[in-house]
Design a protein. Structure first.
Length: 90
């Protein structure tokens, strides 16, 4: 599962946030613009609830701000909405 939210007011450099729930845990990607480019920082959580709590408490993101998007396909970068593929060395 992936979802993102645009902040109504920037918090420091943060203007957009994405949550990505993977089999390895939950990532919160932080972006310094609304553009579809890679994040500048991220946080890792064990549970989705912890990631959501962080976003609500630290970034003032409420449930209605989240937009659900498709999970990345194999080889696609996790923190980009579009279809940028990561080249494999194999």
């Amino acid at each position: 599962m992936r979802m993102y939210a645009l902040l109504t007011e920037p918090i420091g450099k943060i203007r957009k946030v994405m949550i990505y729930e993977s089999k390895n845990g939950v990532y919160v990607f932080l972006f310094d613009s609304h553009e579809d480019k890679g994040c500048y920082a991220d946080h890792w959580f064990v549970e989705i609830e912890d990631a959501m709590d962080y976003c609500m408490e630290e970034l003032n993101i409420n449930e209605s701000q989240w937009v659900c998007i498709n999970d990345p396909q194999d080889g696609e970068q996790h923190d980009i909405i579009g279809t940028i593929r990561i080249n494999s060395l194999n």
